[in-house]
Design a protein around this ligand. Structure first.
Ligand SMILES: [Zn+2]
Length: 716
């Protein structure tokens, strides 16, 4: 056997390109096309066989997934969501579960002059907020910088039984010195603090809250220290300072909705918000939407303060950096640090063809081509599955004109009792949509100094924003098999864990949760009924359930499977479908009960041109066939990982500081961002877009990328 490459990986997800446009048809929502005698009503049984373990939801027992008799039951709505998403991909359906308002936020590089075009940021206290949205702030008169260790000691000396915290209002005694670097005073040795207060909440009706500030004092802003260097360039220990805003004037500045929104977007993808969301899924989250959450920060291993977590919500009394308009009456932008994140440009919705925006969110009066909504037409997926689907993340929205579609999904039950496997589940991270190197159509890198091609809003987005790469799909890979492969390859005394199992360092940080898996090999059966479907709709439905009907035409060897349940990023829930019993009638005969039932029509090639006429051409059948093939990753099936920060022989190996470099994906995204550099060639940082799935001749491409993106050429 050839040696297994240890310096390459394949990303767990990739994209099926979007069609140039979707097709909406203005048929009345309760009917597919054609006269009744050309429509069908019937039912069939589907047998689902798990190819990899199925992840049960947190409340599997309460929600009826695990039955008292030991069987497993998957609610019809969960399977409907999965079948529908296959249908949308295969037949150019609208992007139903899609946040068209999304804009990513980026950390601003701490480059000198980065702020020179902007008004300087000033500290401000939020004085009025509604439901966590800031409405008004009080800008401080100035700022000074307070050394963290002596400040903590001053708190202890005054017998204050907690750490300094963002929002504390204090009077600081100490030795001050002007700092040229910061253009402000530094209090490098705090000798004492006066009584510590916080902005008094003067009004709170449950929605709108107002804070009153004292006439004098300084308000603290404690920030994350993890990105700071503990030593100076000469090796001496570095100091850590907090900003303290000087309270004085009674001036107020209003926060326009736009500035609040940008701040919210900039916090999207923050580690804080991810952790709080994870806690929410585990059911143990604090009320992070209703009140400021604090996190302890350390400096040289000592706790020195408590920062407010970057949730995106701001409440009365919170402290932020703002930039102001020239008259200082209006806030232009809000940040959590003086040098912070900027947002990209062009929303997700502006990066897809308008005719693919969700049918039920677009208006019939929208003049842009292809955007017209319900009365203006529905895509084939909406026609069949309806719009009252609650399995999607943000579906329904309680619209009056929502309807249930033509298909009903019964629950799927295991034929025998099942013994679920207990595991400690690794954290599920969601892909960073802001990492344009993966998520946007590749247009290469820029020649403008400092431009980062990976950012939404890079000059590469001119003149038209780059489109989203497509619909996200996870490779089918068997996580247990991958772990076995590396255990034997690396000859470890402790076996390599499968990707879905939490590592020690993840459990220690509270990032894992207990979970149950239904073992691979389990069979579940389900009844599906349909009513009034024409042959075009029926054929497409059967293909969405069992895509092998169509896809083996393009990839004869494919073992086709789709996904059920959670844990897709780990390769969990791969499931193969087979339609067993089937009977249908012409809709006109259904209640006459005289006609014999019609059998499963199978894949009817003669209908296919009419499917294309209704839904548009299937533009990437070979790419979809490869992604749904259990063997689609080929020789790279055991190399699936989010971009590793170290080679495969380092998997699960902690460094001296207790971190596991293999698990640190940000190295890849930080290095492979295509930034245009000054100096001699090569002129750009590495640029490694996700490989496309198939060559022009239809054969498979290599799906792998280098783990160390700086290594040029990076061949095996
Ligand atoms: Zn639609």
């Amino acid at each position: 056997m050839p040696p297994v490459p240890r310096d390459r990986f394949i990303n767990p997800y990739t994209f099926v390109p979007l069609p140039a446009s979707g097709v909406r048809r203005a048929s009345p929502p309760l009917h597919t096309e054609g006269p009744e005698e050309k429509r069908f009503t019937g039912s069939f049984t589907v047998e689902w066989v798990l190819q990899t373990p199925l992840l049960l939801p947190v409340k599997a027992r309460e929600e009826g997934w695990l039955r008292a008799d030991g069987t497993v039951r998957i609610p019809g709505s969960a399977i409907k969501g999965s079948v529908r998403s296959a249908h949308e991909t295969l037949f150019n359906g609208c992007l139903r579960v899609f946040d068209s308002e999304f804009i990513p936020g980026y950390r601003l590089p701490a480059r000198s002059g980065a702020e020179s075009d902007d008004a300087p940021a000033v500290l401000a206290v939020v004085t009025r907020s509604r439901d966590g949205v800031p409405l008004e702030v009080s800008p401080c008169d100035g700022v000074e910088w307070v050394e963290s260790t002596s400040l903590r000691k001053a708190y202890a000396d005054r017998r204050i039984n907690r750490l300094p915290r963002t929002g504390d209002i204090i009077t600081i005694s100490g030795v001050r010195e002007p700092s040229e670097l910061r253009q402000a005073d530094e209090v490098f040795d705090v000798t004492g603090v006066s009584p510590v207060t916080r902005a008094a909440i003067s009004h709170d009706d449950g929605a709108t809250a107002e804070a009153a500030l004292p006439d004098q004092g300084s308000v603290l802003l404690i920030t994350d220290t993890s990105a700071r260097r503990p030593t100076r360039e000469d090796g001496t220990p570095a100091d850590c300072f907090w900003a303290a805003g000087i309270i004085g004037s009674a001036q107020r500045a209003v926060v326009p909705e736009q500035a609040a929104k940008q701040f919210w977007s900039a916090c999207e993808g923050s580690r804080d918000r991810q952790e709080l969301r994870q806690g929410e899924r585990r059911g143990d989250a604090a009320d992070w939407k209703g009140a400021t959450q604090y996190a302890r920060v350390k400096w040289r291993n000592q706790p020195v303060g408590e920062r407010a977590r970057a949730t995106g919500f701001l409440h009365a009394g919170d402290v932020v950096w703002v930039t102001l308009t020239a008259d200082e009456a209006t806030v232009e932008s809000i940040r959590l640090a003086r040098i912070w994140r900027e947002t990209g440009t062009a929303t997700a919705g502006e990066r897809v063809p308008p005719s693919l925006l969700a049918c039920w969110t677009t208006e019939p009066s929208d003049p842009r081509p292809g955007t017209r909504g319900p009365e203006g037409g529905l895509c084939l997926s909406c026609t069949i599955f309806g719009s009252a689907d609650t399995s999607g993340a943000q579906s329904g929205e309680g619209r009056q004109d929502a309807y249930a579609g033509h298909v009903r999904f019964g629950s799927a039950r295991s034929t025998t009792g099942v013994r679920p496997l207990d595991v400690q589940l690794a954290p599920l991270s969601s892909p960073r949509l802001g990492a344009g190197v993966f998520t946007l159509v590749d247009r290469g890198t820029s020649e403008e100094l400092g431009d980062i091609a990976s950012h939404w809003g890079s000059t590469v987005d001119q003149p038209e924003p780059r489109q989203l790469r497509g619909r996200k799909f996870y490779w089918h890979v068997d996580p247990d098999r991958q772990a076995d492969r590396w255990s034997s390859e690396l000859r470890r005394s402790t076996p390599v864990l499968p990707r879905y199992k939490a590592r020690d360092h993840q459990s220690r940080k509270g990032l894992s949760r207990a979970a149950q898996l239904v073992p691979a090999g389990t069979t579940l059966t389900q009844e599906i009924t349909f009513e009034g479907l024409d042959d075009v709709a029926l054929q497409s439905l059967l293909i969405a359930i069992d895509p092998a009907r169509l896809l083996t035409l393009y990839r004869p060897t494919a073992r086709v499977a789709t996904h059920l349940g959670g844990g897709k990023p780990f390769g969990l829930g791969a499931v193969a479908a087979r339609i067993t019993t089937f009977s249908m009638w012409h809709s006109s005969d259904r209640y006459g009960a005289h006609a014999a039932p019609l059998p499963d029509p199978g894949f009817d090639r003669s209908v296919y041109p009419r499917i294309v006429a209704r839904a548009g051409r299937l533009e990437n059948p070979r790419a979809v066939a490869r992604l749904l093939d259990l063997d689609g990753a080929g020789d790279w099936r055991d190399h699936v990982a989010y971009p590793p920060g170290a080679t495969w022989d380092q998997i699960d190996v902690p460094n001296q500081r207790g971190f596991v470099p293999f698990d640190e994906s940000y190295h890849f995204f930080g290095q492979a961002n295509g930034e245009r550099l000054a100096g001699p060639p090569p002129h750009n940082r590495p640029w490694h877009p996700l490989p496309s799935l198939v060559e022009k001749d239809g054969s498979d491409t290599r799906p792998d990328l280098p783990i160390d993106p700086e290594r040029r050429g990076g061949r095996r």
